[in-house]
Each structure stands twice: as structure tokens, then as C-alpha cells.
Design a protein around this ligand. Sequence first.
Ligand code: FES
Length: 182
Amino acid sequence: MESVQNSQKNTQANRNSHAAHPSGDKRFKILDVTIKRNHHRQDALIEVLHKAQEVFGCLETDVLLYVARELKLPASQVYGVATFYHLFTLKPSGTHTCVVCSGTACHVKGGGDIIKALEKHLGIEIGETTADGEISLMTARCLGACGIAPAVVFDGKVAGKQTPESVLERIDQWRQSKPSSE
Ligand code: FES
């Protein structure tokens, strides 16, 4: 009896640990929806990677490992596919990364103005990195934080209720904290 209870507890624990990524990053839940819709099928790898890039802005190692685990594929295979196709980006090249949500809720609440302000301020377009290699600018479609729209991810941390002013302020803080090379 006791062992049955233990095994039930373990199953529950497994379900719980599966329900959320240890980082607590809600974007993994969005990715889970695509994985589940495809019934964890291995031949859905490209579609899942597309979704991951859409949600995260790029495919960093932890995301690739997560996809490999969920689709029960060798990490080397997932990495191989991600590097083979030019449409996948593995790493933002800038020291800092700013990902603006371009999903519907964020767009309605002014996400587009944030993107325009950033492009103007940084002199780059979405998908580019500033000439000094400091800041990469990207967009993602729905970060799973619609309740705090418009949302922006600064170096992996989601911030809600952003405005062009608050975002530019954060960007300038990054620039000010840059160690002087002189
Ligand atoms: S639309 Fe931006 S977080 Fe959902």
C-alpha cells in the first residue's frame, strides 16, 4: 500500500516537474503547447524549433536541450538541425539582448511603438546587433505574459507594462554599465 502511495506521489511529482521548466520561464509553457499538439513526435522537430525561435527570439543551448528531451531525440541531432538551417539563430551576437513581444496583446498595448523607438534609438532593425556589439534587438510572438502587456525580455528576464521611455532607459543603463576600454 505504502509503495503504491509512494509511486502515486512520484508520478504526481513527475507531472509537476514536467509542467514547468525549472527556470520558471513561462515561454517554455508556450513551447509545450506546440510539442503536445504534435504529440511529442520526432518528425515535428522543425516545427517545434520554429516555435521556439518565435517565442525565445533565438535557440540557445537550454532551449535546444529542452526540445531534445521532450521529443526524445539526441541533443546532437537537434543541434545539427538547428545549425543546418540558416533561418535558425543560435545566439544573439550582442552582449545584451532585448526581445520585444510582437504578439497581439502586446501590439495592441503599444508594442509597435516600443519597437519603433528602439530601432530609432539604436540605429538598427529587428534581428540586428549594434555596431559596438553591445545590444541585439529581436522580437518574439507572445511571451506568455499577455496580462502584463506590453512585455519585453531584457537579457532573459521578462518585464511587463513597458513603454518606449522605460525600455530606452533600460538600454541606456546597459550602455552606462559598459566597462570603459580607455
Ligand atoms: S502577446 Fe505579448 S505576452 Fe502575449
